[in-house]
Write a protein that binds this ligand. Structure first.
Ligand code: FO1
Length: 311
C-alpha cells in the first residue's frame, strides 16, 4: 500500500457520502477533503458555502439525513419570521445553520480566509479531517439556460433545476489561486486522489478548473480514481443525468470517465454499469456503489482504496 494521505475531491450531497465512508476507514490525519466552492453565493447579505457546510455537517454527524444538506434537529423560526416580513425564503436556512452563515460572513468581512474559518468550524464541531476549500478566492458557477445566465443556487434551488442547461461557467476561476494547503498536500506523500461520486459538471470541474490544481493532481505521483455518480444509467440524486442530456452527452458511466479524460488512473462503477465502462481504455472496478447507509458508505470507501492500491 502506497504511503501518504488520501485526497478526496467532493461537492454536493453524493460526494459527502463517500467522504464520510473514507473518514470512517482512514485515520483522520490521512484524509484531506477538497471542497467545491463554485456553489457559494451571497444571499440575504450572508456568505454561504453549501458544499463546505454539507461536508462539515456530514463529518460531524450533524447533517440532516433526509435532505443531505443543512443540519438535523433544526428549528425554523428565522425562516418563518422572514416570510412574515416578505423576505426571500426559497433558500431554506434553519436557525442553527444560520449561525454558521452569520459567523462566516463576519469573519470573512474581518479578512479571515475561507480556509481558516472552515478549519476553525471543523475543530469546534469535532471534525478531525481537513476540509479545504479548492480556493480562498471567489469562484461562482453560473448556468446558461435559454433565458440567459443564472447563478447556480437560483438554478439549483429556486428554479429546482428546471431550466435547460446549455453551458456552465465558473466565473472568477481564471484568477483563483488553488488553496495553498491543497497544493502542499499534493506535493507531500499522497496515497491516492479520489474523485467522489459528485456531479462532475457542477461539483468536480470547478475544482479542476482552478489554475494549477489539475496539474498538481496529475503530477502528484499517486493514482487518481473517480467513482461514477451514474448508477444503472441514472443519476442517484440531483440534475446530473438531466444536465448530460441537455449538454448533448450520453447518460452513462463511461461519459463521466471520458469527461475527466487523462487525469484518471482508474474508474469505479456500479456493477450495473460494467458493460458501459468496459469499452474504456483504463482500469475499471465494478462494485455496488449505491450508498444507502453507513455500511455501504464504508464498504465503497474500502473498495475504492483497495482498487487505488492496485494501480
Ligand atoms: N438545497 C435545496 O434544494 N433547497 C434548499 O433550500 C437548500 C438550502 C441549503 C442551505 C444551506 C446549505 O448549506 C445547502 C442548502 N441546499 C439547499 C443545498 C445546496 O443547494 C447545495 O448547493 C446542493 O447541495 C448542491 O451542492
Amino acid at each position: 500500500m502506497r504511503e501518504g494521505v488520501v485526497l478526496a475531491l467532493s461537492g454536493g450531497v453524493g460526494g459527502a457520502k463517500l467522504a464520510l465512508g473514507l473518514a470512517r476507514v482512514l485515520p483522520a490525519d490521512q484524509l484531506v477533503i477538497v471542497a467545491n466552492t463554485g456553489d457559494d453565493f451571497e444571499h440575504l447579505g450572508l456568505s454561504i458555502s453549501p458544499d463546505i457546510d454539507t461536508l462539515t455537517y456530514v463529518l460531524a454527524g450533524l447533517d440532516n439525513p433526509a435532505t443531505g444538506w443543512g443540519r438535523r434537529d433544526e428549528t425554523w423560526s428565522f425562516m418563518e419570521t422572514l416570510a412574515s416580513l416578505g423576505g426571500e425564503t426559497w433558500f431554506r436556512l434553519g436557525d442553527r445553520d444560520l449561525a454558521l452563515h452569520v459567523e462566516r460572513t463576519c469573519r470573512l468581512a474581518a479578512g479571515e480566509t475561507l480556509c481558516s474559518i472552515t478549519a476553525d468550524v471543523c475543530r469546534r464541531l469535532g471534525v478531525a479531517q481537513r476540509v479545504l476549500p479548492m480556493s480562498d478566492d471567489r469562484v461562482r458557477t453560473r448556468v446558461r439556460s435559454d433565458s440567459g445566465w443564472i447563478d447556480f443556487q437560483d438554478y439549483f434551488v429556486r428554479q429546482q433545476c428546471r431550466p435547460v442547461v446549455r453551458e456552465l461557467a465558473f466565473t472568477g476561476v481564471e484568477k483563483a489561486r488553488p488553496q495553498t494547503e491543497v497544493i502542499a498536500a499534493l506535493q507531500n506523500k499522497v496515497r491516492a486522489v479520489v474523485i467522489c461520486p459528485s456531479n462532475p459538471f457542477i461539483s468536480i470541474e470547478p475544482i479542476l478548473a482552478v489554475p494549477g490544481l489539475r496539474q498538481a493532481i496529475a503530477g502528484c505521483g499517486a493514482p487518481v480514481v473517480a467513482v461514477s455518480p451514474i448508477v444503472g444509467g441514472r443519476a442517484i440524486k440531483g440534475p446530473t443525468a438531466k444536465m448530460m442530456q441537455e449538454l448533448g452527452l450520453e447518460v452513462s458511466a463511461a461519459t463521466i470517465a471520458e469527461r475527466y479524460g487523462d487525469l484518471l488512473s482508474g474508474y469505479v462503477v456500479d456493477i450495473a454499469d460494467i458493460a458501459s465502462a468496459s469499452a474504456l481504455a483504463l482500469p475499471v472496478k465494478a462494485v455496488p456503489t449505491l450508498m444507502t447507509d453507513l455500511a455501504t458508505r464504508e464498504s465503497l470507501a474500502k473498495a475504492v482504496l483497495a482498487f487505488t492500491d492496485t494501480l
